[in-house]
Design a protein around this ligand. Structure first.
Ligand SMILES: [Zn+2]
Length: 425
């Protein structure tokens, strides 16, 4: 099949899975060796774990190392300011320093193209005029997205946060074609423009949107696409390991992983890698350059790995969207269950008005019960029960032990979606 010219940002997006695996293992080996020699933090980490740098030859070997948390970075930089022994090259080579909450000083040494692939997949090209509504202040967001847009050839309106009236005026005056920001903010902008009497479809040239910072809910995506005829795309980015981790293609069914990182989905309690489809913590090891001596950074975000080939032609594995934070997850018979996943399942059944999940433990076995209130008196719930049971297992990977249909008003108004009532005695 002939590839349409310009469909992909670069050829790395379509290399064979085998070639990618070889490349990633090689880059990982180089990155760990370099960090061990040059970054005292990383050397200390490996020494403490009793791991020699040359033992990390494949992604699987990373399991020998502990997961580093944001707090570890804050402690390291407090104990050994300013960079906490994470800088693997001379300070004079640092191109810029970002300051993230903590504070954590992050440094970058080279120009980067990570966001460009994501912006390209979102359709930004030369000729587009794009408002970048992320902050340019201290944190990496504004600057890095700006560069990604420029690498696609688009013209960037340096907007930053906090001035919606000026933004609306600029969008109109400059006939802006693209929006980069959070989905919530775009919805606010649309509402405010409409309140001011503007017709977004007739008066504005906006066509393309790109989001990060929060996941795009399907309901909001539907409004943007169907009501306002906007194309939508999103990316997953994490500040500490340095940027873009995954990005959406036109299939909009998961986010492709960037080759600049090793991304693992692990059990946050043990650090062990989980199988595709299982929900766990996203753990990131940058292998893109030699700047950070950061290994196995635990993001605290929950997702799952998708290894099935994508029809867009990109060959990198994908992650599903972010389904919660590690604190939200309840482990049921070895699988992490998150309220948001359950909402995704139950929300797709029109008949369901309200639901609650109770996790209990009987005879040394975890039990998961779904309590459901229906919209109206429904005679035969047999088929509904079977459908919910099937979909719940597909998405959450746990079979409900019991599905109970309750009369309206039984589930308390201020209920927790996922209630863990197990007692560990
Ligand atoms: Zn794809």
């Amino acid at each position: 099949m002939a590839v349409e010219p310009g469909r992909y940002f670069d050829e790395t997006e379509t290399i064979t899975p085998e070639a990618r695996e070889r490349l990633q293992n090689e880059n990982l080996y180089q990155a760990i060796g370099y960090a061990y020699r040059n970054a005292p933090f990383t050397r200390g980490l490996l020494d403490k774990a009793g791991v020699r740098p040359f033992s990390i030859r494949t992604v699987k070997d990373l399991e020998m190392l502990p997961i580093i948390r944001k707090n570890d970075l804050i402690e390291a930089q407090t104990a050994s300011p300013p960079f906490g022994g994470l800088l693997a090259f001379p300070v004079a080579e640092v191109e810029r320093v970002f300051i993230s909450p903590g504070p954590i000083y992050e440094f970058q040494s080279s120009s980067i193209q990570w966001f460009a692939r994501s912006m390209w997949a979102a359709g930004f090209r030369k000729g587009d005029i794009v408002v970048n509504t992320f902050t340019y202040h201290m944190s990496p967001a504004g600057t890095l997205f700006h560069e990604g847009l420029r690498q696609c050839g688009a013209t960037v309106v340096v907007m930053g946060t906090g001035n919606t009236d000026a933004l609306i005026k600029a969008m109109l005056d400059l006939q802006v074609t693209g929006f980069v920001g959070t989905p919530t903010y775009l919805m606010n902008v649309i509402k405010k423009a409409e309140e001011a009497g503007y017709n977004l479809i007739l008066k504005f040239a906006l066509k393309k949107t790109w989001f990060t910072g929060e996941m795009l809910p399907p309901s909001l995506r539907h409004i943007f696409e169907e009501t306002y005829h906007l194309s939508t795309s999103q990316a997953y980015a994490v500040t500490e390991p340095g940027g873009a981790i995954a990005y959406e293609c036109e299939e909009k069914s998961g986010l492709h992983l960037m080759d600049d990182y090793i991304v693992e989905i692990v059990d946050p309690q043990t650090g062990r890698r989980l199988k595709p489809g299982e929900v766990g913590e996203i753990v990131v090891t940058p292998i893109h350059n030699k700047s950070w001596g950061l290994v196995r950074f635990g993001t605290g975000d929950l997702s799952s790995l998708i290894t099935a080939p994508c029809s867009c032609g990109r060959t990198a594995h994908k992650i599903s969207g972010i389904v919660g934070r590690t604190g939200d997850a309840v482990k049921v018979r070895g699988m992490f269950v998150v309220a948001k996943q359950a909402e995704q399942v139950l929300g797709s059944f029109e008949q369901v008005a309200k639901f609650q999940i109770i996790v209990d433990r009987r005879a040394s076995r975890d039990e998961l019960c779904l309590k459901i209130e229906l919209n109206s008196e429904s005679g035969d719930t047999g088929k509904l029960e079977a459908d919910i049971d099937k979909k719940f297992q597909e998405v959450c990977r746990v079979k409900p032990d019991k599905i109970e249909f309750l009369p309206p008003g039984t589930i308390p108004e201020s209920h927790k979606t996922l209630e863990d009532i197990r007692k560990w005695e």
